[in-house]
Design a protein around this ligand. Structure first.
Ligand code: NAI
Length: 517
């Protein structure tokens, strides 16, 4: 993950081209880091307007005490608008953030090549175009590198440093070290569709859309489960509403096409419908949610209050049962029967007939059948069962309402809101995390980046609570693999095929740490 190069010196001139949302953010970062910065845009007046905006931002940071007054003044003074590309001739590094179009980017870099010193570094902030393809138009493609910031650039820590086929390793290392010197968290990756984040994050949206398409729950319940059980900062529906469905759909399409139609990346009709309806998300006042004035906020469906069952046998050898037992004792000092460690790995038994299991990628009904049990309740993955706020459960076909309510009562007495989902394989959090981890392992398998880099990228680029590889190891790689195999067996689709690297990792992995439910 680390680059061995040295950062550019503080007085190196930085050029930024494109004064839109990303270019302005990048110029702000470079100026605060102490560099003289030239900002250029094709639209007359755009660079000047962006600089005025950046100076206002810098002023706010200084007023809040987040930036010493002297540094703020120096950063504001360091920013200059460049009327033409000629003004960038002294730049040591030029970061391009213009329109997302291969021909436009190629033309720009070709024009820059003629004006800059031979050892100047050319960087593109593209989020989806191949660095190799952009570089192919250049006389010296070895000095072109991807420098992919995330929106909003001043706030998001991640920078993906992308090497194309021709990129000189020393160039990537310098950009890596410079990004770190600018206070960012860089990772190295190879130029492949979606790089790291836009590839590995696809299942976060895709699994959510699939659950909605299959009617497993509604958008507000799905978001609440992913947040309150999964520990993600936002659920997939609210996040897609924020990104914009047109943008999210276009990225999904481009990754799908770039992978020659691999069904893992297939776009969703649910999202297509929203795009076609013009329900593009927050920016249009409607997406999964209604943001118009006076609209009623959709709430997640939570089970109504149930009494705590008088008899629960908890398998305290199971980490989830141990965490829940602590929570139940904390809320009511009622004795709990202990089950001891059970060979079939259940969390609890209710009313002697109904077994509670952490999901393993099967539906509750399939699990009951496979184990020859009369009734099963499956519980979704929780990032941390000791602190989760919500549990999602599903009940098997022959589970009684009384047993279901007893499980709900048990979970509520542990302080959890409960969402009862349709009996779908792998519920919501588990299948999402299993698919994220699978994609992460596959990216590593295909030499895109290291395991450490993928985890850093997903935390720093999209705020995941832990990296997918680390998460999978906490869950237990064998359980993640079994979950994917069960999903694939259920759907009979290559979409859920497990990465060869994950399969191999299961063979060599130490046992799960058991902290994850
Ligand atoms: P934007 O549309 O806000 O800004 C682009 C700017 O570039 C405009 O001001 C436009 O006038 C200018 N421009 C277009 N062609 C030009 C040219 N040939 N020479 C000079 N200026 C030119 O776009 P945004 O969102 O800032 O994106 C810019 C780049 O960053 C794109 O490649 C995009 O894929 C990438 N990116 C965008 C992210 C986002 O969330 N918006 C995140 C990460 C990367």
């Amino acid at each position: 993950m680390s680059g061995a190069g040295a950062a550019l010196s503080g007085n190196a001139v930085i050029g930024v081209i494109g004064a839109g949302a990303m270019g302005a953010g990048i110029a702000q970062i470079a100026a605060i880091a102490g560099h003289p910065v030239w900002l250029h845009d094709l639209r007359p007046g755009a660079a000047e307007a962006a600089i005025a905006g950046i100076r206002a931002q810098i002023g706010k940071l200084a007023a809040k005490g987040k930036l010493p007054a002297e540094r703020a003044a120096a950063a504001s003074a360091a920013l200059q608008a460049a009327g033409t590309l000629d003004a960038l001739r002294d730049a040591t590094l030029v970061v391009e953030a213009i329109v997302e179009d291969l021909d436009a980017k190629r033309a720009l870099f070709t024009a820059l090549e003629e004006r800059l010193a031979d050892d100047a570094i050319l960087a593109s902030n593209t989020s989806s175009i191949s660095i190799t393809a952009i570089g192919a138009a250049l006389k010296r493609p070895e000095r072109l590198v991807g420098m992919h910031f995330f929106n909003p650039a001043p706030l998001m820590p991640l920078v993906e440093v992308i090497s194309g086929v021709a990129t000189d390793k020393a160039v990537a290392d310098t950009v890596f070290a410079t990004s770190a010197a600018w206070g960012k968290t860089p990772v190295l990756a190879r130029s492949t569709p979606g790089f790291i984040v836009n590839r590995v994050a696809r299942p976060f949206y895709a699994e959510g859309l699939r659950l909605l398409q299959e009617g497993v729950c509604d958008a507000a319940t799905l978001d609440a489960v992913i947040r309150d059980a999964g520990g993600f900062r936002m659920g997939p529906c609210e996040l897609m509403d924020l990104i914009g469905h047109d943008v999210n759909y276009a990225v999904t399409r481009s990754v799908f096409d770039a992978f020659y139609g691999d069904p893992r990346f297939a776009p969703s009709f649910v999202q297509l419908e929203l795009v076609q309806a013009g329900h593009l998300g927050r920016k249009r006042g409607r997406g999964f949610y209604d943001y118009r004035d006076g609209a009623v906020k959709a709430e997640p469906v939570s089970a109504s209050a149930q009494p705590r069952p008088w008899r629960i046998a908890l398998n305290l050898g199971h980490p989830v049962a141990a965490a829940w037992s602590k929570r139940m004792y904390a809320s009511a000092a009622q004795p709990l029967q202990t089950l001891g460690s059970v060979a079939d790995g259940r969390i609890a038994t209710i009313d002697d007939r109904t077994a509670v299991f952490a999901t393993d990628g099967r539906s509750a009904t399939a699990l009951a059948q496979a184990l020859g049990l009369p009734a099963v309740v499956t519980v979704d993955l929780m990032l941390d069962p000791a602190t989760a706020k919500r549990a999602a459960i599903a009940v098997s076909a022959h589970c009684s309402d009384a047993a279901r309510d007893a499980v709900i009562g048990m979970l509520q007495s542990a302080g959890l809101a409960v969402s009862v989902l349709a009996d779908s394989p792998g519920l919501a959090v588990f299948r999402t995390v299993a698919m994220l981890a699978n994609e992460a392992f596959d990216a590593v398998h295909q030499q895109v980046c290291s395991e450490a880099a993928v985890d850093v990228a997903m935390r720093g680029g999209v705020n995941y609570p832990i990296g997918p590889v680390e998460w999978a190891r906490r869950i237990g790689l064998a359980r993640v693999l079994a979950g994917l195999d069960h999903l694939q067996a259920h759907y009979r689709e290559p979409r859920y095929r497990a990465s060869a690297r994950l399969r191999h990792a299961v063979l060599v992995a130490p046992p799960a740490t058991g902290t994850c439910a």
